[in-house]
Design a protein around this ligand. Structure first.
Ligand code: HAM
Length: 383
């Protein structure tokens, strides 16, 4: 027998839950005027080197990279933001006016150690708002994310926000952080020893060295006036909308493209893999990839983790049963039953016998199907 690859999953019994989840999340973003964008599953490796960042764990050790038959270096996308920005630039979407609002849904690939909530092929639902530098767009994006979670019935999530500054104030902070960590360098885990030189911000969210992060300098104390004003305004907007959040200086994210606002949605009872979604502002990315300087902000939810959270909260909706099973008494009637079922299928969920069952068998099969998964119940109203 050939088994599936470690860290991947067959979605069979849960497929209706997946369908319901995708539809529910989509409904929120469609109503906010976002349009779907579908980009290829694989891209030139350079795209991720330049965007996610050469020194990140994703690029250093987690990418599925291979050479194709033409000798090009190809990578299965580990995330969706860089591909969407590549498409934005390549298709000259800038000329269509700003803002541009996109969402995407699909598989991503990271060679991580599989465990509960951490897969090598996982799925993201992502949302990107391109064109606005203003904190009102940060507020809109966070509002939409919260509404998406509410629309599927999740309540026990925690929103954590932070600012990672910009090219003006971050270098000073990086120096302060290096100075702080220097005396502990020998005691840090092996990963952090490497990160110290390459990407010192990541030391803050290392689970093994968390005790050092507690007293580390906080970026919020190093923000330049513009970054501070942006962050303060965002906080005011979130307060105005009564969106609960916590400012958490350890939220630094695992991708290099972020500037200013970053945020994560945590679902504490999921244990080690408790981030159900995350995102932030990336004002320099489009320019870095060769486009004209265009600010943007977005986020992505991890679908597998949303499903774990829905299970935790007992919020997987009930399925609705079959409406009509058209019984056929004999072989001759089979085709008539199929025609009747076809007519009814405009309005109802229908089925007919295709197994040659006798009457009794058809009745019991019909009742079995009524209990099985057909369609998820309608989603609740958000308001
Ligand atoms: P990310 O935080 O790397 O951000 O991933 C977003 C979400 O994908 C995570 O919060 C988590 O729920 C899920 N996820 C990540 N890795 C795995 C995995 N190995 N197994 C299962 N789920 C996983 C990004 O990817 C950014 N592109 C988000 C973004 C969009 N930022 C701006 N726009």
């Amino acid at each position: 027998m050939i088994s599936r690859i470690k860290g991947t999953n067959d979605i069979i019994e849960d497929s209706k839950v997946w369908e319901w989840l995708e539809e529910s999340l989509k409904k929120v973003v469609l109503n906010f005027g976002f349009v779907e964008i579908r980009t290829p599953i694989f891209e030139a490796t350079e795209l991720f080197d330049r965007s996610v960042g050469n020194e990140t764990d994703i690029v250093q050790k987690e990418m599925y990279t291979f050479e194709d038959k033409g000798g090009r270096s190809i990578t299965l996308r580990p995330e969706g933001t860089a591909p969407v920005m590549r498409a934005f630039i390549e298709n000259n979407l800038f000329s269509k006016g700003l803002p541009q609002k996109f969402f995407y849904y699909g598989p991503m690939f990271r060679y991580e150690r599989p465990q509960a909530g951490r897969m090598r092929q996982f799925h993201q639902f992502g949302v990107e708002l391109i064109g606005s530098p203003l904190p009102i767009s940060d507020a809109m994006i966070i509002l939409i994310a919260v509404e998406m979670l509410k629309s599927i019935g999740l309540n026990k999530f925690k929103l954590k926000i932070n600012s990672t500054g910009d090219e003006k104030c971050r270098p000073t902070y990086v120096e302060a952080l290096k100075a702080y960590y220097k005396p502990f360098l020998n005691d840090l885990c092996d990963d952090c020893k490497v990160r110290y030189d390459r990407n010192v911000l990541r030391l803050l969210d290392c689970k093994r060295d968390a005790k050092y992060a507690e007293n580390a300098p906080k970026i919020t104390d190093y923000l330049c006036d513009d970054c501070k004003a942006h962050f303060d305004r965002l906080r005011k907007y979130l307060d105005d909308m009564e969106i609960e959040y916590e400012v958490d200086p350890s939220i630094v994210r695992g991708l290099d493209y972020y500037t200013r606002t970053v945020f994560e949605f945590k679902y504490p009872s999921l244990g080690a893999q408790d981030a159900i979604g995350g995102g932030g502002r990336y004002d320099g990315l489009i320019e870095e990839l060769g486009g004209s300087k265009t600010p943007a902000i977005g986020f992505a939810f991890g679908i597998e983790r949303l499903i774990l959270a829905l299970n935790e909260e007992g919020k997987i909706p009930k399925t609705e049963g079959l409406d009509i099973y058209v019984i056929s008494v004999d072989e001759e009637q089979k085709i008539e039953a199929l025609k009747v079922a076809n007519a009814l299928s405009n309005y109802f969920k229908v089925d007919v016998d295709v197994m040659g069952r006798n009457l009794k068998g058809q009745f019991s099969h019909a009742s079995k199907e009524n209990d099985s998964v057909w369609q998820m119940a309608k989603t609740g109203n958000r308001h």
